[in-house]
Ligand binder design. Sequence first.
Ligand SMILES: C[S@@+](CC[C@H](N)C(=O)[O-])C[C@H]1O[C@@H](n2cnc3c(N)ncnc32)[C@H](O)[C@@H]1O
Length: 273
Amino acid sequence: MSELLIHSMAEFGELIVQLLELAGAQSLVEIGAEHGGMTALLGDYCARRGGNLVAIDPAPAPGFGAWAATQPHIRHVAAPSLEVIGDLAGIDAWLIDGDHNYYTVFEELGLADAVCQRDERPLLAVLHDVGWPWSRRDLYYAPERIPAEFRQPYSYEVGVLLDSPDAQVNRGFRGMGQFACALHAGGPRNGVLTAIEDFCRIAEAGSRRLLYAHIPAVFGLGVLFDAEAPWANAVAEAVMPFHDNALLARLEANRLRNYLTVLDWQDGYAGRG
Ligand SMILES: C[S@@+](CC[C@H](N)C(=O)[O-])C[C@H]1O[C@@H](n2cnc3c(N)ncnc32)[C@H](O)[C@@H]1O
């Protein structure tokens, strides 16, 4: 992806580190490391606090595994998240930025929450890509890992446009072979935000009290946490100024529209209406 468009969770680095400090988090999990931009920030945090980080990514960028092996506070697990979360213990915070689809995120939250409940720790999950384009549309890094009944019709050849729920062949924001997009946005069991909402609905039906903050910038950041956690008020106060912030939302919409316009120029659509 072009540097024209900032896209890493690391853009939220100051806020995420503040949340980890407020929660006194020591044992961290990052799902989806890619180039390790956020991983490095979390590694620094762990070095300062004597903490540790498990970075789960089956296919990070070249060099990430070798780099991680040199970091005393980081353990890279090269496997899909759903295969390994259940083996973890004593986790204080989860950063979720792996496969951005309903099935994976819903299951990640369920497994992470089960680990926390078993270990009697409150849930703190920070999730990326809760905004456009993956809020209501699945992306698949490995469609074959998604059970057929949860998988939306998809293609590696399509991209997404701001004003249309239907993906289009070789146009718009797309994976260039790295990931596939669901052909249509919306409807049940589609997208990261839909997964979070369904997880919260089910948890709250079981009389859990969860809080969720939605930060509409850089593809969207969600902060989901136990309302009963001893640090819940402090975390809520820290995220409140960003939650559903109208100015951030306008800036995000504007930068996405500018970027999609650049893509249309590159693809030869500009001026065609
Ligand atoms: C958007 S990138 C992560 C970016 C990184 N968190 C950052 O902010 O700089 C998504 C990463 O998730 C990884 N991934 C895909 N499916 C995964 C899964 N099931 N479990 C863990 N990681 C996965 C991909 O290999 C890719 O490196």
